[in-house]
Design a protein around this ligand. Structure first.
Ligand code: AMO
Length: 444
């Protein structure tokens, strides 16, 4: 017999179905056994009246929480069943895999008259057994939401003539900063893990692709122990040609994110609210924009927040967080474009205006940076001089070649997929990643 997904089985009252999944809950009492079985689409109760079905008792006695079972039985509509008013009266139960007692507590178990509260395991303990942790409704929803998020981004771009590319992750030179790069042995040479598809996104512009995007792994050798840094994360990067200024890049990004949030809200808004709490807010366009200097002035004026003058060429973490309060109060918005960063804080490939200001931005969502974007310098001589000014020469020679044989003006940005997931659901980055990678974490 063919397997039926549980969400479909729930609609088949009166029919015999075969369902398969993990045991989500098990209550085995003297006369009755109630087994809640869960697959990726939902949960359903299996109700056993023991007297009527003595042939099932041996199997039921072996079962433990999280064991995997197959159940063949008749779907029965029953208003007394709390879980959706439907149950399965089994004919056969097969134990496919019996689970040992679980090594982690996935959710706090509230105190009862007889037992004290059992505290939830820490995120690090849960990551040790991530596959068990990932079985929760919350975690499974998280990855369905992430799928919808990335699918919406892709959909938006495909409709606008973007081409999807896949660039190498083993590279010969650092693109962002030499300090944060992982070196790996590459036969008799040294290679690096890509910190960004930056150089290759731009190569695609020189190749006349006009509009490209890539979703892929990004590696950063940063010893950061924050709730928003990982040493490997998923980047969603795009680049497009024939722009007039960085404003075109910002416009593309705000339209892209608005589209994505609308899709996520329609598909999962209610479930997200129910399981994680936050509302999915579809933003209005245009997003607010502020110059870095003006932002520091505003933060000082409104909240008495100050930083030393020499730090005002970059956005500090505290300022980033506080900017959320400000943008909400001033614009009733969750997003904020920040422009006007100092040359010394931006990569050499950002185009600069006549005053030398890099034509780039950071996009802050709910107080956390999710993007860096910019118009790029596509004029060979200027780009070469900017690279030299940053002390980069031989390493970027191959990249500079991209601009020697014709290259349109272009720009683009990079989004952190894990950061977006984390901010959307109000969890930490370790929770938001399938498996987190940090300075102390290389397994599982
Ligand atoms: P940037 O270095 O700002 O820009 O990275 C782009 C986005 O990637 C995410 N991100 C991270 N996420 C998790 N852990 C980290 N350690 C981490 N570092 C960055 C953030 C960030 O905004 N080449 C440019 C992009 C471009 O100009 O197109 C770049 O890599 O969400």
């Amino acid at each position: 017999m063919e397997r039926t997904y549980i969400e479909d089985a729930c609609k088949k009252a009166g029919e015999t179905v075969l369902v398969k999944g993990f045991i989500d809950n098990l209550r085995d009492s003297k006369y009755m056994a109630f087994i809640v079985i869960k697959d990726i689409t939902g949960k359903i109760q299996i109700t056993v009246e023991k007297e009527k079905q003595p042939e099932l008792l041996d199997t039921i006695a072996q079962l433990t929480g999280d064991s995997v079972i197959s159940v063949k039985g008749v779907v029965n509509a029953n208003d007394y069943v709390k879980l959706g008013g439907v149950e399965i009266i089994p004919e056969e139960i097969t134990a496919e895999s019996i689970a040992d007692a679980l090594p982690i507590i996935r959710k706090t178990i509230p105190a009862t008259k007889k037992h004290k509260e059992v505290e939830r395991s820490s995120i690090d303990q849960r990551i040790d057994y991530r596959w068990i942790d990932l079985r929760t409704d919350e975690n499974q929803l998280m990855f369905k939401v992430q799928t919808a998020m990335v699918a919406a981004l892709r959909e938006f771009l495909l409709e606008r003539k973007f081409i999807e590319i896949h660039t190498p992750k083993l590279i010969g030179a650092a693109s962002e900063s030499g300090a944060d790069v992982f070196a790996v042995d590459y036969f008799d040479r040294q290679a690096y893990l890509a910190q960004s598809p930056q150089f290759y996104k731009q190569m695609a512009m020189a190749a006349g692709f006009e509009r490209i995007f890539e979703s892929g792994p990004v590696f950063r050798a940063e010893k950061s122990y924050t709730n928003r840094h990982a040493t490997e994360f998923t980047g969603f990067d795009l680049e497009f040609s024939y722009i007039d200024s960085v404003k075109d890049v910002m416009k593309m990004e705000e339209e892209l994110l608005t589209y994505m949030l609308k899709k996520v809200s329609e598909q999962y808004g209610e479930e997200i609210k129910e399981l994680f709490g936050p509302e999915v807010i579809v933003p209005t366009t245009p997003f607010p924009v502020v110059d870095l200097k003006e932002l520091y002035d505003e933060l000082e004026k409104n909240y008495g927040f100050t930083v030393p003058e020499e730090e005002k060429n970059d956005l500090t973490t505290e300022a980033e967080q506080l900017s959320y309060k400000w943008v909400q109060e001033k614009y009733g918005h969750e997003f904020l474009f920040v422009t006007g960063f100092g040359v010394e804080k931006r990569p050499f490939y950002h185009m600069r205006d006549e005053k030398g200001v890099p034509q780039g931005y950071d996009l802050i969502w709910r107080g956390v940076e999710i993007t860096t974007g910019a118009q790029r310098e596509h004029r060979y001589e200027i780009l070469k001089a900017q690279a030299e000014e940053k002390g980069l020469k031989d390493d970027v020679e191959f990249y500079l070649e991209f601009f020697k044989y014709g290259c349109p003006p272009h720009g683009g940005f990079g989004l952190g997929v894990d950061r977006m997931t984390m901010l959307l659901l109000n969890v930490g980055i370790k929770d938001a990643m399938f498996i987190f990678r940090g300075p102390n974490r290389l397994t599982p």
